[in-house]
Design a binder for this molecule. Structure first.
Ligand code: SAH
Ligand code: SF4
Ligand code: F3S
Length: 462
């Protein structure tokens, strides 16, 4: 009867809400988890209060990111109580890098959590949910299992976004002294080329026109090729560019010390490889770079950028910066500003150093005072914002190919991206999502540009 609870043998329709923090690899993992759970009868919901299962896919990179999880868990507990009062339930799962880093501690600090699952164990979620149904305390799985999560996760069968993420490499062996990633994501591993190709074909068939290849250290990629040899990222990009239907290739995040000749040659020879590179330098001071264990000097960075720009003169760069690393002096900071002025960045992400438990830098002497670090960050961000604004301003008037990715906020409006990752808003009849069109950039706003068809008369541009 309608309204009755399903009898034995029938499954209840169930819903899952997933909230993602942190990097694009977490965003990719969330989609994979959603795909896996869909195969087990969970429909995705955007309303946590209506969810039978809530997954927080968390980030541990800075203290603020990690702390957000606990406040969110507090809010969710209130929703869960309301659901329980109404005769339903809510399973709370914490996934991602906080789960991996804190494990048991997380379950102790937030006893309302039912499942703690590390980034390498997502394929075991259905089993963990079944175990949770039988257990009383939290179920914790933060192993780095021998079986590989990518083998186990089913391919989601939804349409693909126009610009699709695809993780090709995971983990990191660099051990920068400030960073938790080598501990939360484990050792560097690369997916085999054949497996990547199969997923790319599925994404393209689902409508993807751009691929963003992901890895914590993506240009350290060394996957097994179909010829049994180890392929580099440059080689992989060349092969993917041969696939029909793919207009654009991007990859992130790269480490300056792992930019090799094959990668530079791919930027020179392969038009699908976009002239935009996120290449975090972190600092312009050799003393700080050494203390960070970054494995390059400021001059090494200048040289790599010089070689990339020689190969692809219109290459634009973005970077991450950390200010207030232990021991950073005014002179060190001045060198960072000088490097920024010299290189010129189209986009940037900058952070105040955050001491992370268990990392070598957290135990270093000479921690920089909070007020000093805050002042440096403000100065750095003012310079970076001015550079980003200048980069957009200089684009006005150009006609550039824009890949249309999604509807805009206004009726009839579409949003796309230039090769340099700038967002462009356009309203013109006949344009479709997924197409690549030449647009004239006519106006720049704080974080985006307006575009119109090159043949449109001036008056229409407002
Ligand atoms: N693999 C990438 C970075 C991944 S983490 C690379 O090597 O560049 C993303 C960014 O977070 C880093 O580039 C760094 O700028 C910042 N970050 C990492 N740990 C941090 C910490 N402890 N405090 C402040 N920022 C940090
Ligand atoms: Fe972290 Fe350094 Fe690895 Fe980047 S390269 S993930 S900053 S350890
Ligand atoms: Fe954060 Fe983990 Fe990514 S710590 S940045 S979610 S790899």
């Amino acid at each position: 009867m309608p309204g009755d609870r399903p009898g034995p043998g029938q499954t209840l329709p169930r819903t899952v809400f997933i909230k993602t923090y942190g990097c694009q690899m977490n965003a990719y993992d969330s989609e994979r988890m959603a795909g896996l759970l869909a195969a087990h009868g969970y429909a995705r919901t955007e309303a946590p209060e209506a969810a039978d299962l809530v997954i927080l896919n968390t980030c541990h990179i800075r203290e603020k990111a990690a702390e957000k999880v606990y406040s969110e868990l507090g809010r969710l507990n209130v929703l869960r109580r309301a659901r329980r009062a109404a005769g339903a339930d809510m399973i709370l799962a914490v996934a991602g890098c906080v789960a991996q880093a804190e494990g048991e501690l997380l379950a102790e600090r937030a006893p309302q959590v039912d499942i703690v699952v590390g980034p390498q164990s997502y394929h075991r979620l259905p089993e963990l949910l079944a175990r949770r149904a039988r257990a009383t305390g939290a179920v914790i799985d933060i192993d780095f299992p021998a079986e590989r999560k990518f083998d186990e996760l089913p391919q989601p069968d939804q349409p693909s976004p126009v610009s699709a993420f695809l993780t090709i490499q995971e983990g990191c062996d660099k051990f920068c002294t400030f960073c938790v990633v080598p501990y939360t994501r484990g050792a560097e591993t690369s997916r085999p080329v054949g497996e990547i190709l199969a997923e790319v074909r599925r994404l393209v068939a689902g409508g993807a026109r751009e691929l963003v290849l992901l890895g914590q250290n993506v240009n350290a990629y060394h996957g097994e090729g179909p010829d049994g040899r180890i392929w580099s990222l440059g080689r992989l990009l060349r092969m993917l560019a041969e696939l029909p239907g793919l207009f654009r290739l991007r990859y992130t995040t790269s480490h300056p010390a792992d930019v090799d000749d094959e990668l530079i040659a791919a930027h020179r020879d392969v038009p699908q490889v976009m002239p935009f590179l996120h290449l975090p330098v972190q600092s312009g001071s050799d003393a700080v770079l050494r203390a960070m264990n970054r494995r390059y000097t400021a001059d090494d960075y200048r040289r790599v950028v010089g070689r990339l720009r020689a190969a692809r003169p219109d290459l634009a760069l973005s970077s991450d910066f950390i200010v207030g690393f232990p021991g950073e002096t005014d002179a060190d900071f001045a060198q960072t500003l000088a490097l920024i002025r010299e290189i010129g960045f189209a986009q940037s992400f900058s952070f105040r150093y955050s001491a992370r438990p268990g990392t070598p830098a957290a135990g270093m002497g000479k921690q920089v005072k909070a007020a000093v670090a805050a002042a440096r960050l403000a100065e750095l961000q003012a310079l970076l914002e001015a550079q980003a604004a200048e980069f957009n301003r200089r684009s006005v008037g150009l006609v550039v190919p824009v890949l249309l990715e999604r509807p805009g906020r206004h009726p009839g409006q579409l949003v796309g991206r230039t090769p340099w990752l700038q967002a462009v808003h356009v309203a013109a009849p006949g344009l479709t999502i997924g197409s690549l069109v030449d647009l004239r950039l006519v106006a720049d706003h704080a974080h985006s540009l307006a575009g119109r068809l090159p043949a449109e008369p001036e008056e229409v541009s407002a």
